[in-house]
Design a protein around this ligand. Structure first.
Ligand SMILES: [Mg+2]
Length: 129
């Protein structure tokens, strides 16, 4: 099934990079939307629910941690898997985000294989390999 993805990052360059890596990873994409922070992401998720959310952590207005918490606390949204893409490599940060509800964690910089492996692990049968 082609994937509907929402990329959340305050950096336009990083959003473009993540999208390019997704396309290079060979996954079939139905749709690849972008949001600039957590609030923008919630608005776009409520417009149309994606198969997966890939989110940065450090963003203005609403950061990735708050976004993950909002998704986890919303009964309509909590089934949407969220993968964090962050420069923060500390185990403490990672385990905190996973406790809050993140399903995967990719440290920047990353290559297509790493992102694809996380997507396959998180989405499983949704992906035609
Ligand atoms: Mg950022």
């Amino acid at each position: 099934m082609p994937l509907s993805v929402l990329i959340v990052d305050d950096s336009p360059l990083m959003r473009r990079f993540v999208e390019r890596v997704l396309r290079m990873s060979g996954l079939e994409l139905a749709e690849c939307r972008e949001a600039t922070d957590g609030l923008d992401a919630l608005a776009k998720i409520r417009e149309s629910v994606p198969d997966i959310v890939l989110t940065d952590i450090n963003m203005p207005t609403m950061d990735g941690e708050s976004l993950i918490r909002c998704i986890a606390e919303d009964g309509d949204l909590r089934s949407i898997p969220v993968i964090v893409i962050s420069t923060d490599r500390t185990e403490f940060r990672k385990s905190r985000l996973m406790e809050l509800g993140a399903k995967g964690y990719v440290a920047k910089p990353f290559n297509p294989e790493i992102l694809r492996a996380q997507l396959e692990r998180v989405l499983g049968s949704l992906i035609d390999v």
